[in-house]
Write a protein that binds this ligand. Structure first.
Ligand SMILES: [Zn+2]
Length: 278
């Protein structure tokens, strides 16, 4: 699947022709889903150069000659009016009510529920490291939204947003989706980009983070093996490692997270329909 790369590099010359083709075979923009953990796709003035939600810069893309801000809505967002600030004025948008289900998980390794002080300190260091990456905003030459593919084949064993209870203790909602794939299954880059972090984290296990430009960052966790290095440019579909169960995991699976404007959103909103899974 190198089509999005082709499209990106040819945008200036063949924009209208290719866009027609793309819209007939791909969802070129993410699903406009204005609820907590969702994405608001907001049309802005054509020559808008900057947009922000709170203090975070927001990705701007061009589709069919119109300019859109692709706004990640925090899972903690209140329902009601929120404001996108741009260099062409403010735009209000409404966040609607949305209820995520609860999930109760039992873990035998109780340190992954209540880490000891040393483990907690490690987790806090790692969280800062990951948050700094989520906050980064790399300008890219093309302004089209990256087209994502499924990073692995499998059913969704845990959707985004589940209010999770580990051994009946409430924890942060699930910030991505879990794809149930067997141990050693190849995990693929969901879109082209640059590897900005690899690590072995307390909760996330062996993890790869990929920068797709303009604050659009994906994360693949619990890997048994990592096959890419920080700074490496990767194309969509490139193998990045193998599925595992490192970190806080009850079985082998790939945790896939997507962040826009330093906000973790439901990856299903950027992925093609189930029928297009590898
Ligand atoms: Zn997960």
């Amino acid at each position: 699947m190198h089509f999005s790369f082709l499209r990106a590099s040819c945008t200036a010359l063949f924009f209208s022709t290719l866009t027609l083709f793309v819209t007939s075979s791909h969802a070129a923009l993410p699903q406009d889903s204005r609820h907590a953990g969702g994405i608001a796709v907001i049309e802005v003035a054509p020559d808008t150069k900057a947009a922000n939600l709170e203090e975070n810069p927001v990705a701007l893309v061009i589709e069919n000659g119109k300019t859109y801000a692709i706004v990640g809505i925090p899972i903690s967002a209140t329902t009601g009016t929120h404001t996108l600030t741009t260099d062409h004025g403010n735009i209000d948008f409404n966040v609607s009510d949305y209820a995520y289900p609860e999930q109760h998980i039992t873990l035998k390794d109780t340190s992954k529920v209540n880490p000891d002080p040393e483990q907690l300190a490690r987790y806090q260091r790692e969280a800062v490291e990951q948050n700094n990456i989520y906050k980064s905003f790399t300008p890219i030459q093309t302004n089209s939204f990256p087209q994502f593919i499924w990073p692995a084949h499998g059913r969704i064993s845990s959707p985004f947003g589940f209010k999770r209870f580990f051994n009946e203790e409430p924890r942060a909602p699930h910030a991505g989706i879990d794809i149930a794939a067997g141990l050693g299954t190849v995990a693929h880059a969901p879109a082209s980009g640059v590897v900005v972090q690899t690590g072995d984290y307390f909760f996330n296990g062996q993890t790869v983070m990929i920068d797709h430009g303009q604050g659009i960052i994906s994360m693949l966790c619990h890997l048994s093996r990592i096959d890419v290095k920080i700074g490496q440019s990767i194309a969509q579909g490139d193998p990045i490692g193998l599925v595992g169960m490192t970190g806080r995991a009850t079985g082998p699976h790939l945790h896939f997270g997507v962040s826009l404007n330093n906000t973790r959103v439901d990856p299903m909103l950027v992925l093609p329909a189930d029928s297009a899974r590898p």
